[in-house]
Design a protein around this ligand. Structure first.
Ligand code: ATP
Length: 358
């Protein structure tokens, strides 16, 4: 659907996009995720045609966009600062892009009403746009983009100005909306949680390059580099020594956990460039309570810090002989006490949940 072929972009001397090659599939919810300045907005704008490229090609439906101006592309963009017109009504805002459309007023009114219904604002047409809340304004901006029936909707941090609760609610609504209308959504976000929640696939970008492109579960469970692992969620790292390998297995010695085996599939693809380390997510470790036997392996440690979140607790635990504590998340179960700092404990873990970076 959208194809980037070795796309480079310079702003003067600055190399903002450094050889982007990727395909966004028709009908998918695709996110560009990365820290500030990595080039994700620039890449999104090359799809819209708001930004030219220095070399390479951007194709939509197999057609090169090289000489196609923004207003002739099958795309539409929704911005962070939902640029709606405050002096117009909601309906006038939504119908704005149809003002030169030859269809009758009755037909256009119907389209406006349908679009408003799509975004959960049925019956809001006559209201003054300036009287809407932030979340409602963003819906109006969405309805205004959708009414033009683009093949691709480009979303530049559309939810970042909303407060946490409304943002989470809008995330779910956007997913539903995307499924309903079935058009390709490309979202720019620096919020890894938002990308995980919403996307079919995510391209993680650093410094003008795509570091990994995968579905959320793969990104989370099998990050291909330490940098991606660090950017997505929380990942504990422990230094590891590679003892040997063969038959699809790698033997390691990990201080704090002991000698262990991982499979080749557990090794990250991109070279770490430094010393080997194993990584594991906080929820892949478990604190064992008295009398509990581990399913797999266990290691002794001492609780160093406790952060209580209501539904769960984060424990920072110092494994024996390891200076830096590892973070463990435990779901709080009724009747099970939250443990105190200083408690001696046993940490259960499974070799299968580790990722090896080397
Ligand atoms: N018009 C421009 N002229 C010069 N440099 C630019 C221009 N637009 C962007 N850049 C630079 O290119 C790099 C990538 O910018 P871009 O806006 O794509 O990053 P981003 O990942 O979207 O970051 P953010 O989340 O902060 O918007 C940045 O270093 C930025 O300063």
């Amino acid at each position: 659907m959208i194809e980037f072929q070795d796309v480079h972009k310079y702003y003067g001397d600055y190399h903002a996009l450094r050889g982007i090659t990727a395909t966004i599939r028709e009908g998918e919810f695709f996110s560009l995720l990365g820290p500030s300045g990595c080039g994700k907005t620039t890449l999104l704008r090359t799809i819209a045609g708001f930004e030219g490229i220095s070399s390479g090609a951007v194709l939509i439906d197999g057609n090169s966009m090289e000489n196609v101006p923004a207003n002739k592309r099958p795309t539409n963009m929704v911005f962070q600062s939902y640029a709606i017109f405050p002096h117009l009504t909601v309906a006038q805002n939504v119908g704005f892009g149809l003002r030169r459309d030859p269809r009758s007023k009755a037909e256009k009114d119907k389209l406006v009403e349908e679009s408003l219904e799509m975004v959960g604002l049925k019956g809001y047409g006559a209201r003054a746009a300036h009287a809407l809340s932030g979340g409602q304004r963003q819906r109006v901006a969405l309805a205004r983009a959708l009414i033009l029936k683009p093949k691709v909707l480009l979303l530049d941090e559309p939810l970042s100005a909303l407060d946490k609760k409304i943002r989470e609610q809008m995330q779910v609504e956007l997913i539903k909306l995307q499924r309903e209308v079935g058009i390709t959504f490309v979202l720019v976000t620096h919020d890894q949680e938002e990308a995980l929640v919403m996307s079919d696939r995510i391209a993680v970008m650093f410094e003008g390059e795509i570091a990994q492109l995968a579905d959320p579960e793969t990104l989370y469970r099998r990050p291909n580099s330490r940098r991606v692992a660090d950017f997505i969620g929380v990942m504990n790292f422990l230094p590891a020594r590679v003892l040997g390998e063969g038959n699809g297995h790698i033997q390691l010695d990990v201080p704090g956990l002991g000698p262990l085996d991982v499979t080749e599939e557990q090794a990250s693809a991109a070279p770490n460039g430094g010393e080997a380390a194993v990584g594991f997510r906080p929820e892949t470790l478990t604190l064992l309570y008295d009398g509990q036997t581990p399913l797999d392996r266990e290691a002794p440690g001492t609780i160093d810090e406790v952060v209580y979140y209501g539904d769960m607790t984060y424990y920072d635990v110092k494994l024996d002989g390891v200076e830096k504590p590892v973070r463990i998340s435990m779901r709080n179960v009724f009747g099970r006490p939250v443990l105190d700092v200083g408690t001696r404990t046993r940490v259960a873990w499974s070799p299968g949940a580790l990722v090896l970076f080397r």
